[in-house]
Design a protein around this ligand. Structure first.
Ligand code: TRP
Length: 373
């Protein structure tokens, strides 16, 4: 509405007293312990404190994997299993798949009207990936629009808070800019989201000491078998200055300590810290203990995951239920936006359309073009 007023039946008026949170993961691989100790712990607590929306960004996966989408479906299913076994409860939060909420695509389109092209060209992840990724063609428009679609993901439920990794901050900033521009143009309606960064675990080191990341091949996955976990822990780099067991080490730069600290009791960490500095214990002993602790820590999660996976329909039922919860909201938001951008609501799309007689379908879907000519 160009006069600055907003439609009265706005979804924001009917929101519950809790603030809303949303975050999404691309279904491009398994979750590793960096995800677990970083964003996922935030998601677990936030499901209780917020009205929480957690979705699987399968369209975002297609922006980079469009030429070979063969793993998207399987990874989507795995992600739901990982999330639910970790403790996300589909009764408490809303777990859905991006492509089940097509309103996101419509909002992306409206955002494409108000977003100047240079805003997208400036996004650091876009520039970096165009330069660094050589095994995929990222010259497609979909990849260019990645941050725009992310802005729509967040805004489609009018999210207040978005738990993400540090690398996503520029995308959140861009979302805020797009929201401001939309609101300045059409009327104050959309919500500017805040990013929430996990303090602990924001940078979990991988086995080579760099940030844990699937693309570096340095990850310990939360669904790795005990043997895989042990082998990976034993391959961790440690303080490079500590060549002999008799050399004192520096726990502050040792990835073993950084990972162990995430879940072991403080007294135990203090003891490993002391004996590393004084060369009273060796790195191999520490690795063995870390492997034992990590395996024990993830055992209940893995048992729960196996239980859930026994039902091959589990993930799809969760996603169907989540879409049913999300869509009344996303439909409300997109309808309001449609009106705000100047589209008259009196159209076939919003009118009460009688359900069609399924038997009449075959005739309807075979129109004769000859008559029109
Ligand atoms: N860009 C995110 C990533 O690569 C995934 C994502 C898509 C997302 N849409 C989102 C995260 C909305 C938070 C909110 O990890």
């Amino acid at each position: 509405m160009m006069d600055g007023t907003v439609p009265s039946s706005l979804e924001s008026r009917t929101r519950m007293t809790k603030k809303r949170t949303l975050t999404g993961y691309r279904p491009t691989g398994k979750l590793h312990i960096g995800h677990w100790f970083g964003n996922l712990q935030n998601m677990l607590t936030m499901q209780h404190d917020y009205d929480a929306y957690y979705f699987i960004a399968d369209w975002h996966a297609l922006t980079t994997h469009w030429a070979d989408p063969s793993h998207v479906r399987e990874s989507t299913e795995e992600m739901v299993l990982d999330w639910c076994a970790a403790g996300l409860d589909p009764e408490i939060c809303t777990i859905y798949r991006q492509s089940d909420v097509p309103e996101v695509a419509e909002l992306t389109l409206y955002f494409s009207m108000v977003t100047p092209k240079p805003w997208l060209e400036r996004v650091p992840s876009y520039k970096e990936q165009r330069e660094q990724v050589t095994d995929k063609d990222l010259g497609n428009l979909g990849f260019f629009l990645y941050p725009l679609m992310q802005a729509a993901d967040i805004t489609i439920v009018l999210a207040d808070a978005v738990p993400v990794g540090e690398d996503q901050l520029p995308h959140l900033e861009l979302t805020r800019e797009i929201v401001r521009r939309f609101n300045n143009t059409y009327g104050e309606y959309l919500v500017e989201p805040q990013a929430i960064i996990a303090k602990e675990g924001a940078r979990v080191p991988g086995t080579d000491g760099r940030k844990m990341s699937k693309s570096y091949g340095n990850s310990i996955y939360i669904s790795d078998s005990p043997d895989e976990m042990r082998a990976k822990v034993m391959s961790f780099v440690t303080d490079p200055q500590r060549k002999l067991k008799t050399d004192p080490g520096d726990p502050d730069i040792c990835p073993l300590h950084a990972v162990h600290k995430l879940f072991a009791p403080a007294e135990e960490i203090a003891e490993w810290d002391r004996c590393c500095r004084s060369a009273d214990c060796g790195c191999v002993a520490h690795k063995r203990k870390l492997a034992d602790d990590l395996i024990a820590y993830f055992a209940p999660f893995q048992a729960r995951r196996a239980e859930l996976a026994a039902d091959p329909e589990f993930a799809w039922k969760v996603l169907a239920g989540g879409a049913a919860k999300a869509r009344p909201i996303t439909h409300g938001v997109v309808s309001a936006c449609r009106e705000l951008v100047g589209i008259d609501p009196r159209s076939a799309l919003t009118a009460d359309v009688e359900p069609r007689d399924p038997n009449a379908r075959s005739q309807e879907s075979a129109p004769s073009f000859a008559e029109d000519e």
